[in-house]
Design a protein around this ligand. Sequence first.
Ligand code: ADP
Length: 505
Amino acid sequence: MPLFQKILVANRGEIAVRIIRGCRELGIATVAVHSEPDARSPHVLLADEAVLLGPAPSAESYLRIDRILEAAHATGAQAVHPGYGFLAERAPFAEAVEGAGLVFLGPTADTIRSMGDKTEARRRMQAARVPIVPGLVDPLADVDEAVAAAEELGYPVLLKASAGGGGKGMRVVDDPAELPRAFESAAREALAAFGDGSVYLERYLSRPRHIEIQVLGDTHGRVVHLAERECSIQRRHQKLVEEAPSAVLTPEERAAMGAAAVRAAEAVDYRGAGTVEFLYQDGEFFFLEMNTRLQVEHPVTELITGLDLVQWQIRVAAGEALPFTQDDVALNGHAIECRITSEDPFHGFLPSTGRIDHMEVPTGPGVRWDGGIEPGFDVGLHYDPLLGKLIVHADTREAAIDRMARALDELVIRGVDTCVPLHRRIMAHEAFRAGDLSIRFLEEYDALLEEGPASGVDATAAAVAAALLEHAHRSGRAAPRMGAGAATTALSGWRASGWPWNRPA
Ligand code: ADP
């Protein structure tokens, strides 16, 4: 069966680049869409064609369904890949794409809708015998109902927006006296963010791990799972480091969670790639939500399964049947991903803006960089702060951590603050190395987020760098280009934690 001739990628940044690469390998032409400031960004330069959608604000560009469909028609694209974020989980977009006679590279609008509402998803999961976090399956009518429900469930409880996403409209409540205010503010935030103020509540687990299962379904009724990803290292309930497999799951637990995820997918007639998220604590697991799209952290699954998820999304959307069964899915080695964001981890993850004036991306065995920036790129505040993802693969978890530490040492991004220094600390942290994780990792080890004065080693490094520059200058040679690698060599054991080596002296 022929695949598509041309696909429009309705996204930007690293994920648009990733999808374009997947298409190119399949011999499919690509159309990028972009906002005005993104006119020369990597995804635009990489695609075969590009269409301007509008000005910088997403509402006037990447969220303009009408413009995206016009672009698809004007270029003759046959299918649309939504990536993640933006329109990826908006049922009306999937409907509009299909209504225009194009193929939406994702599940049906009905599937998106049924998993998009957290309370409806919880009801469906309950019916499919998938364990859910204890709590309500219907939105709360008012504060009184919230008080009664919390009393019955026991504190702490978590208020959540039914339409939620991105941690919006979520409030942890420890103390009954705080509940009325938290209820009002969660509802207000949910209304502002999603146009739907309904909230419900569930038990707040004390020290869970976030473990999710990748699923893949075709249009012929087959759904398989591709094992788990652990995403416990988070800031403000948003993921920062992901790995596959998890350091804790036994093969039996993997099989049980995998089977539950497949039941979840089957309950909503899932097709394509999707993720069923669970909280895992003390050997028990509870359904959190299903993301009906490609996930940011999909590369770690690709590396341990050898399957290209973007290409499988395309293949199943074109009607191909999955040619393998659950028993054929074999896991190989260990993969870790660090999300590289333009945020300052030492100042509350404050977004940082500026022009990328220099970049050095690590290569070498087992290293993959999925990036959406290049030197000269302006990082603004209009979009997600994700600049790219550094991903490594090795035989064991320990070797993967060492490899990631090495790769992070070689990664240089100058012009904006990034969370790279934090990632270096996490890779070196004993609890991380021991696999003792929970979603509260960064709260429990909050010293990781303290900037700290320049350490003795940093001062030594600076002195050595100055001496090297001085030497080069005197001997009449051009100043050596000192990337992180040079610095590390010059100072064995020193970690170039974002030191601006290449800044003109
Ligand atoms: P969103 O869709 O807004 O991202 P999720 O339901 O996916 O919200 O939850 C995001 C994160 O919040 C989880 O990964 C976890 O860290 C935390 N979380 C969610 N529900 C609970 C809970 N019941 N107990 C403890 N932590 C939770």
